[in-house]
Design a protein around this ligand. Structure first.
Ligand code: MN
Length: 298
């Protein structure tokens, strides 16, 4: 049974009370390592395991025996990233939102970032609220190298009118941010993962006339819960989207809704009534079905 635990490198995080933390520090006192990270109260190193006790009382077990060792102290959330080695990952947001831009980001994560990312809560990226994203994204941006690009609705609509579809715009942006980041980091051979939105064949078909076509890409669905860099990229891209939505909202004096549901249609009608159709086109992805509903349905 224990052999199973020892096979793979895993990360488990626990939130413990003061009493348990005190016990842990006593228990592992021979293995305490010096550390000068302001967020870390105690760093413990065992043969195949690093235990990081944060000032927030979060405890992260990392290494081959993380599952076993953490089970001695409490029940934790086990996050088994598919890789914890250096890699690039990219993701996009805004593709399902009628209003606002499409944002794509690629980031470069190293093995030394993993524990810190887990502590920040990046391993729960699927359940992160916009509020949490606004809190943690500025920390990510400071530490993690990334490349980010956005297409605002005006540019987006021009591209669609000239014959692009959304998949092609996405593919070109992914290729571009990966190119920028690989170049910036001089990392042409590092594992690079795209959160898959089309087949590999279709992806390369979309970008076939593009300059600087980036090869050696791994395409995987749900990659944001498997690869730390994809999770980071999805958070930075979402943050960028939220910031741009806030700016657009401020300019128009009303909070622009996200998504593509009924409240979006309602808001769209209001925009048309107050500012006219042209204004709507400046703010929205025109080819969405919402446009017809806004213009022609009551
Ligand atoms: Mn995605």
């Amino acid at each position: 049974m224990k052999v199973d635990f020892m096979e793979k490198n895993t990360t488990v995080s626990l939130s413990l009370d003061d009493e348990k933390i005190t016990k842990m520090k006593e228990f592992y006192k021979e293995n305490i390592y010096p550390n000068n990270n302001e967020y870390v109260s105690t760093l413990i190193k065992l043969d195949n395991l690093t235990i990081t006790i944060y000032t927030s009382n979060k405890v992260v077990f990392q290494g081959k025996e993380a599952e076993y060792e953490s089970s001695l102290w409490g029940e934790g959330k086990s996050q088994i990233w598919k890789t914890e080695k250096d890699h690039i990952g990219s993701d996009e947001v805004g593709t399902g939102d009628y209003f606002g831009p499409m944002c794509v980001c690629a980031s470069f994560v190293t093995d030394k970032d993993i524990a810190w990312l887990n502590e920040l809560g990046v391993n729960d990226s699927k359940t992160l609220t916009d509020d949490k994203i606004i809190k943690i994204a500025p920390h990510l941006i400071k530490r993690i190298p990334y490349s980010q690009m956005s297409v605002d609705p005006v540019k987006y609509n021009t591209l669609i009118e000239s014959g692009y579809n959304q998949g092609k715009i996405k593919a070109m942006l992914h290729n571009q941010v990966i190119h920028n980041l690989r170049e910036k980091m001089s990392k042409n051979n590092v594992l690079t993962v795209i959160d898959q939105f089309v087949t590999e064949g279709k992806y390369y078909e979309y970008i076939r006339y593009t300059k600087n076509i980036e090869k050696n890409i791994t395409f995987e669905t749900k990659a944001d819960s498997k690869y730390p860099a994809v999770a980071v990229s999805s958070i930075i891209a979402r943050y960028s989207f939220l910031v741009k939505m806030a700016t657009m909202s401020k300019a128009i004096g009303k909070v622009i809704p996200k998504g593509a549901g009924d409240q979006v249609d309602k808001f769209g009608k209001e925009i048309v009534n107050v500012h006219g159709e042209e204004k709507l086109k400046e703010l929205a992805k025109w080819h969405f079905a919402n446009t017809k509903k806004i213009l022609y349905e009551n």
